[in-house]
Design a protein around this ligand. Structure first.
Ligand SMILES: *[C@@H]1O[C@H](CO)[C@@H](O)[C@H](O)[C@H]1NC(C)=O
Ligand SMILES: *[C@@H]1O[C@H](CO)[C@@H](O)[C@H](O)[C@H]1NC(C)=O
Ligand SMILES: CC(=O)N[C@H]1CO[C@H](CO)[C@@H](O)[C@@H]1O
Length: 337
């Protein structure tokens, strides 16, 4: 509590004329992060019904809400959707006109405002529930999708959400196939963000074997941003509103930060969240400050989550009444762009 009010004072003082205190100087030294974002979630809902109907099993995002995030300073929207709805039945099927139409309308809206739109198949390395082993088909999937967006430099390609319980070589091969497919489609200027096994956790990035394996990914455009996820509850799963400590975010990022630095790589926290309570907010502020101090390797962080159907979900940042919109966003937005 004390720490958080001190910080708030420091941030206020920075914009007032007050002489710089040590705390203010420290704030100034920490650079702002390039990306501040939100996960838009809903188009992947109804995961047990891969067809589903728009408005019944799943929902797209409210463009007015996206504008509100952008006016709060956000510049990265991570768009959740399901591969099965974009390419029904097979990886190499033609793209579904209507699902693609909605995805593209959202991407065009976001990028027309100058923000980045991250295309994120929320598939955990699976297709119809089965681990994807057809790397050639996966490459074709990405080549077909990236071809649609190859001229939009503000699109970011996320190879897949949270691979887990998979052979590490397969996770490497799928990421490499995605990179190759995107570049072969002629999308050569955009960022690609590979994810790792073990739910792409930052805190287990090295211990899980992701680091040793994925360091060898090759991108002819040299625009890879490694994506990791980090929650602050005991088991790091993002299922509790209770955070371990005021410094747990920073602590869970340290090993990955050192790995990024020693390998001259860049990273993004593609999902993070904590409950709307004093301890979690301290931890969020402390971790974001740490990321700012290491902005040579960390490009930004993307909150989990928003979307029209989250209701009173503990991490919901949907305006006007999501608990993270009212309680957390005002206390963390100063750490970004
Ligand atoms: C799947 O969604 C479609 C479209 O809304 C619906 O007609 C069908 O009953 C759903 N199937 C199941 C098993 O829920
Ligand atoms: C979005 O999806 C709905 C339902 O399939 C469809 O009616 C609508 O035309 C789609 N919108 C666009 C822009 O393609
Ligand atoms: C951590 C978290 O909130 N995960 C959620 C991700 O989204 C899926 C549905 O898309 C939920 O089932 C998870 O609980």
């Amino acid at each position: 509590m004390l720490f958080s009010s001190l910080l708030a004072t420091a941030v206020l003082a920075t914009s007032a004329i007050a002489g710089p205190t040590a705390a203010v100087k420290e704030e100034r030294q920490a650079k702002k992060l390039k990306w501040f974002g939100i996960n838009e979630s809903g188009a992947e809902f109804g995961e047990k019904n891969f067809t589903g109907a728009y408005g019944r099993e799943y929902i797209w995002y409210d463009l007015g809400t996206i504008d509100q995030f952008i006016s709060q300073g956000m510049n990265m929207i991570r768009l959740n959707f399901l591969m099965e709805r974009l390419t029904p039945n097979t990886l190499t099927a033609p793209l579904d006109k209507y699902y693609l139409g909605n995805l593209t309308a959202q991407i065009n809206h976001i990028t027309s405002k100058g923000a980045y739109a991250m295309i994120q198949p929320h598939n955990y390395g699976r297709f119809y529930g089965n681990i994807i082993t057809d790397t050639a088909g996966f490459k074709t999937w990405w080549k077909n999708v990236a071809a649609v967006y190859k001229d939009n430099d503000l699109v970011v390609f996320d190879t897949n959400n949270e691979y887990h319980d998979m052979d590490q070589k397969l996770v490497f091969d799928l990421n490499q196939a995605a990179i190759d497919g995107v570049r072969e489609a002629g999308a050569t200027k955009q960022y690609i963000t590979p994810e790792g096994n073990s739910w792409s956790g930052a805190w287990t990035w090295v211990s899980s074997g992701n680091a040793a394996s994925l360091v060898n990914l090759k991108d002819p455009s040299d625009k890879l941003v490694y994506q990791m996820h980090q929650y602050l509850d005991t088991d790091g799963s993002g299922t509790s509103a209770t955070c371990v400590s005021a410094t747990i975010f920073r602590e869970r990022l340290t090993v990955a930060t050192n790995w990024l630095k020693s390998n001259k790589k860049q990273g993004v926290i593609g999902e993070f969240a904590g409950g709307n309570n004093a301890l979690c907010i301290q931890s969020l502020q402390d971790g974001l400050k740490y990321m700012g101090q290491n902005s040579d390797v960390w490009l930004g962080a993307i909150w989990w989550a928003a979307g029209p159907w989250w209701g009173d979900y503990m991490y919901n940042m949907e305006p006007p009444s999501g608990p993270a919109w009212t309680g957390v966003l005002p206390k963390i937005k100063s750490y970004f762009v």
